[in-house]
Design a protein around this ligand. Structure first.
Ligand code: HEC
Ligand SMILES: [Cu+2]
Length: 343
């Protein structure tokens, strides 16, 4: 056995390649990308329409595939060449056949086109007095604003269940794409141009979203989450977000606040309402402690991870735009204490 393999190693290679290729494809099909959000588990009427379109087109394609393969395999066996088989009938220029196999696919594609176009119209339809959200794509995080509620935050897009949402997307730098697969279609995020996305989430929960247009080094870590709250939870969240946090006056948090607005460059890039920090290069930190993650889903938002981030943001998320001189350990501890108060 082994001598055979040694003599003819190449003999086994195609089989092994094919086998492992098939295993990879099959296992990924069966497991899905487990945990990843799927267009096929929608959580809004708009999402359901998109999933419905997918299944409709899939069904048509499946019927055609099975039909064509069946006829093909049947013909290969039934009409295979035998000794002294006669010349088969020639169909070149056969008017009926040519017309039929030109028309049939054209009609099927026309049907798919009508279904697609009407779904596109349906999912972008304007709704009555929606909750308006302005989302700005930045390399590499999402700024989230509620112009009618006077709220600015990042990464966590809170919305109430069963209420229409209208998202306007713009870019602060390059082209991004805003995509929360379970809630709505994908939309390009373009500098100097507004695009709109509309959906009505119908199940409370947290839905993963992602930048879907390559936008530079940290494109993969440009995530966001749509947090669909009950209307009561959402109202409470709005009240908290509209409250300007008090600047701490004693202890490490007070020292941290000082570091933030004077001895460190933090205030040249970030905003914290109620302080002199009013810059808009990085995410608004006014309510940073109430967010679920740090740096667009890169780290869970815990004091330990925040210290890790402040120690070296470039090690956590290489090439991101938070470039700062190294901080002293005590400054990091004070900043963590301060930022943790920003509920
Ligand atoms: C040169 C501009 C700049 C400076 C200076 C700066 N930051 Fe940042 N900061 C950013 C950017 C940009 C991000 C977003 C990084 C990303 O996710 O890609 C960020 C992210 C953060 C985050 C995570 C916010 C979130 O919602 O994910 C925290 C916390 C933070 N910075 C704190 C600080 C502190 C504290 C200082 C001062 C020591 C500081 N930053 C200085 C630009 C800056
Ligand atoms: Cu992007």
């Amino acid at each position: 056995m082994s001598s055979l393999c040694n003599k003819h190693p190449y003999r086994r290679t195609p089989g092994i390649l094919l086998g492992s290729g098939l295993a990879i494809v099959l296992s990924s099909m069966l497991s899905g990308c487990s945990g990843a959000p799927s267009v096929l588990s929608p959580a809004s009427p708009q999402g359901s329409q998109i999933a419905g379109l997918f299944w409709g087109v899939f069904a048509v394609a499946a019927v055609i595939f099975i039909g064509v393969e069946t006829v093909l395999i049947y013909s290969i066996i039934r009409f295979r060449q035998r000794p002294d088989s006669p010349q088969p009938p020639q169909i070149h220029g056969h008017w009926t056949l040519e017309t039929a196999w030109t028309l049939a696919p054209a009609l099927i594609l026309a049907g798919v086109f009508v279904a697609t176009a009407s779904t596109m119209v349906a999912v972008t339809e304007r709704q009555q007095s929606p909750l308006r959200v302005l989302v700005t794509g930045h390399q590499w995080f999402w700024q989230i604003e509620y112009p009618d509620l006077n709220i600015v935050t990042a990464t966590d897009l809170h919305v109430p269940a069963d209420y229409p949402v209208e998202i306007e997307v713009v870019s602060a730098d390059v082209i991004h794409s805003f995509w929360a697969p379970q809630l709505a279609g994908k939309i390009d995020v373009i500098p100097g141009h507004s695009n709109f996305l509309r959906f009505t989430p119908n199940q409370p929960g947290v839905y993963r979203g992602q930048c879907a247009e390559f936008c530079g080094a940290q494109h993969a870590n440009m995530g966001f989450e749509v947090v669909v709250d009950s209307s009561e939870t959402f109202d409470n969240w709005v009240k908290e977000m509209q409250t300007v946090p008090e600047v701490p006056t004693t202890g490490p948090a007070a020292r941290g606040a000082q570091v933030f607005v004077s001895t460190s460059p933090c205030f040249t890039c970030h905003t914290i309402q109620g302080t002199r920090a009013q810059a808009k290069i990085g995410p608004d930190l006014t309510h940073f402690a109430s967010r679920r993650t740090i740096a667009a889903l890169t780290l869970e938002n815990t004091p330990e991870n925040l210290a890790t981030w402040l120690e070296d943001p470039q090690a956590v998320k290489p090439h991101n735009k938070m470039v700062i001189p190294p901080l002293r350990q005590d400054a990091i501890q004070d900043l963590v204490a301060y930022l943790e108060t920003l509920k």
